[in-house]
Write a protein that binds this ligand. Sequence first.
Ligand SMILES: Cc1cc2nc3c(=O)[nH]c(=O)nc-3n(C[C@H](O)[C@H](O)[C@H](O)COP(=O)(O)OP(=O)(O)OC[C@H]3O[C@@H](n4cnc5c(N)ncnc54)[C@H](O)[C@@H]3O)c2cc1C
Length: 245
Amino acid sequence: MSIRKDLTLRIDEIISETPDTKTFRFYLPPGEQLDFLPGQFVSLVMMVPDASGEPRKRSRAFSIASSPTETRYLDLTVKINMGGEMTPYLLYHAQVGEEVRVKGPKGTFTFQEGMGERLLLIAGGSGIVPSMCLLRYLVAKDLPVRARLLYAAKTPEDLIFRKDLDAMAAAHPRIRIDYTITKPQGTGWTGRTGRIDEPLLREVLNESSYDLVYLCGPPPMVEHLVTHLLALGYPPERIKTEKWV
Ligand SMILES: Cc1cc2nc3c(=O)[nH]c(=O)nc-3n(C[C@H](O)[C@H](O)[C@H](O)COP(=O)(O)OP(=O)(O)OC[C@H]3O[C@@H](n4cnc5c(N)ncnc54)[C@H](O)[C@@H]3O)c2cc1C
C-alpha cells in the first residue's frame, strides 16, 4: 500500500529532455522512501515569483517518471505550459540545490502485478510520463506483460524519452513502441504521421486485444479515444484515463 508523505527534497539534477521539457531528479535522504504505484503523481509545492517578483507558494501535479523500483531518487519530467506559473519557472529559473516539497503519492491511473498481461498505453505529448514510469517498472521487474505504446508528439524532437524508449523496445521483445508525429512538415520524419485517432485505434485493436488501455494526454484526445473504445465494446473498467490541462 502506498502511504502519503510530505517530503522536503532538493533538486539534485536537471536533465534536458527536449527543447521544452526537463527532468528534475530528487535523491531521497538516507532511510527515506516513497512507496508508489506506477502511474501515480505527486504534488510539487514550491515558491514561485509572481509578475512583480514576489515569491508565492504554488502547488502543481506531476506524474512520477522514475520506476517505483528505483529507491535512490524520484524523477519528475516537466513540459513547459506557456503562460503558466510554475512550469516556466521550473524550466527557465529553477536551480540544482533548490528545496521543494513533494506530497504524495496520489492517483488511480495505476498498474499492479496481476491486473493484466497485455497493456495498450496511449500517450499524447507530456502524457508519456506515467507510461514511461510503467514501462520502466515492467522492465525492472521483468514481468511477463506485453505492452504496446502509441505515442504522439508534434515533431520528432518533441518525443520525450525517445532514446530510452527505443533502447527499451530493442532490448525487450514484449515492448512495442509506435510513434506518430502530428506536425512532420520540414522535419524529415518518415514514420507514421497524424494524431492518434479512431482509424489508428481500430488498426491496433484489430491486431491484438488488450486487458487494459491507459490513456494520458490532452483532454480532447483522451475523451475522443474513450468514446471510440466504448463504441468498440471495451468496458469502462478496462480503460484508465488521466487528463492534463
Ligand atoms: C494528475 C496530473 C499529472 C500531471 N503530470 C504532469 C507531468 O508529469 N508532466 C507535466 O509536464 N505536466 C503534468 N501535468 C500537468 C501540470 O500539472 C500542468 O502543466 C501544470 O499544472 C501547469 O502548471 P503551471 O503553473 O505552469 O500553469 P498554470 O499557472 O496552472 O496555468 C495553466 C494554464 O492556464 C492558463 N492560465 C493561467 N491563469 C489564467 C487566467 N487567469 N486566465 C486564463 N488562462 C490562465 C495558463 O496560460 C496555462 O496555459 C499533470 C497534471 C495532472 C492533473
